[in-house]
Design a binder for this molecule. Structure first.
Ligand code: PLP
Length: 412
């Protein structure tokens, strides 16, 4: 992978002189994506699936092609499995409402303690509405998911197992196939939060054997406001969209005081209202960009950077003493995310200090407060998260800045 060449596609990086290690929050966008969005607005802008004029047909074609590209990106069975949403949070709420409204007292949904609030709160809210139970799986050794506990918690009243693929705090990579096996043996459905996996590793939804997979465009080089819900084809007869409106209708009649409603086939029946057409086109361009580089290359590169950062910290006696690093020490089980705390320092203070060195990291709870309580990091943590355009030299600058911080805290 030619990182130097890749960086030329991201003018923000070198023109601002910022070391951008906040990729788990959102990624930067290559010129190819910016141009695709711009071209659409400049030359093809129109609404989709609503008109017979040239521009509308062209916009519809581009929008449909975007579904095809995304389907290829995650190796889905076809466009019918690719629903565009506004992002992971919207996708997860959509599934939660579609599945959760059918549940009742006595049923349960199993989540893990690693979940982002977006894969936690929709289930918690619906559980209060419908009276079902939310069960929480903890961690096993080395920050891994506790698969034994999962197997114990899942029973014949478990309707859904909702699990993150990669923890946005620990970097832990969950063995989704193993989770799917446990869930499916008990006739439960599997909802996967892929916000931190799909942008960073090769994904084959058929291999994962998940029923739903949610992810965001903006974390994978695409625009904000566009995301995806993969929805396994075989389930589409049974589960229908909970949200309706214009643009998804084949026929609506009002006769003899009755409404007769026939919706389009999926995915279109799930995309009520005017969608984010330009966003979808930008997302498809982002997916093409990533495919042209190769997702295995992207994954290896990020893992190398994470392992380089960790080994630099471990081999520096002062940093090694001061820093607590969270997440698997077995680097094969970790993605390109490294969260840590510096002694008792407030994570926001550490992040502000790094910012003075132009190193952008995230600090706080990263929308996973229960997890931070669970791992004993009540103030949150500092998180560095990598992407394909980051370099070892940038990690060196971060190490230098951390050393300066260590000197200061020693003096005070
Ligand atoms: C694991 C995980 N799930 C869900 C989300 C929510 O993504 P979005 O804000 O794009 O909806 C994030 C974003 O940080 C995430 O890291």
């Amino acid at each position: 992978m030619d990182v130097k060449k890749i960086r030329e596609d991201f003018p923000i990086l070198d023109s601002r002189g910022i070391i951008y290690f906040d990729n788990a929050a959102t990624s930067q966008k290559p010129v190819q994506v910016v141009n695709a969005v711009r071209n659409f607005y400049e030359y093809s802008n129109s609404n989709v699936h609503r008109g017979v004029h040239k521009l509308s047909l062209e916009a519809s074609k581009l929008y449909e092609e975007a579904h095809e590209v995304v389907s290829k990106f995650i190796k889905a069975r076809g466009v019918e499995e690719i629903i565009f949403t506004s992002g992971t949070t919207h996708s997860l709420n959509l599934v939660a409402y579609m599945l959760g409204l059918r549940l009742s007292r006595g049923d349960n949904v199993v989540v893990s303690i690693m979940e982002h609030h977006s894969n936690l709160l929709p289930w918690v809210y619906l559980s209060k509405l419908r009276g079902f139970e939310v069960r929480v799986v903890g961690l096993g050794p080395d920050y891994d998911l506790n698969y034994d506990e999962l197997a114990n918690l899942v029973d014949n009243r478990t309707r859904v197992v909702a699990i993150t693929h990669v923890s946005n705090v620990l970097g832990t990579v969950v063995d989704v196939r193993r989770v799917s096996k446990i869930a499916h043996e008990n006739n439960a459905l599997v909802v996967v939060d892929g916000a931190q996996s799909v942008p960073h590793m090769p994904i084959d939804v058929k291999e994962l054997d998940a029923d739903f997979l949610a992810f965001s465009g903006h974390k994978m080089l695409g625009p904000t406001g566009i995301g995806v819900l993969y929805f396994r084809k075989e389930l589409q007869e049974e589960f229908k969209t909970p949200f309706t409106g214009g643009g998804i209708v084949e026929e609506v009649r009002y006769r003899n005081g009755e409404f007769l409603v026939k919706l389009l086939e999926p995915p279109w029946s799930f995309e009520a209202g005017t969608p984010h057409i330009a966003g979808a086109i930008g997302l498809a361009e982002a997916a093409k960009y990533l495919m042209s580089i190769g997702m295995s290359e992207v994954e290896d590169h990020e893992k190398r950077l994470a392992s380089y950062l960790i080994s630099k910290i471990r081999s520096d006696p002062r940093l090694n003493e001061e820093l607590v690093i969270y997440g698997p020490s077995d680097l094969r089980k970790r993605g390109g995310i490294v969260s840590f705390n510096f002694g008792n320092s407030n994570p926001n203070l550490v992040a502000s200090f790094l910012d003075a060195y132009n190193v952008a990291v995230r600090s706080g709870y990263h929308c996973a407060q229960p997890l931070h309580d669970y791992i004993g990091a009540s103030l949150g943590s500092v998180r560095a998260s990598f992407y394909l355009y980051n370099t070892q030299e940038e990690v060196d600058v971060m190490i230098e800045a951390l050393n300066e911080y260590a000197k200061l805290t020693r003096q005070s």
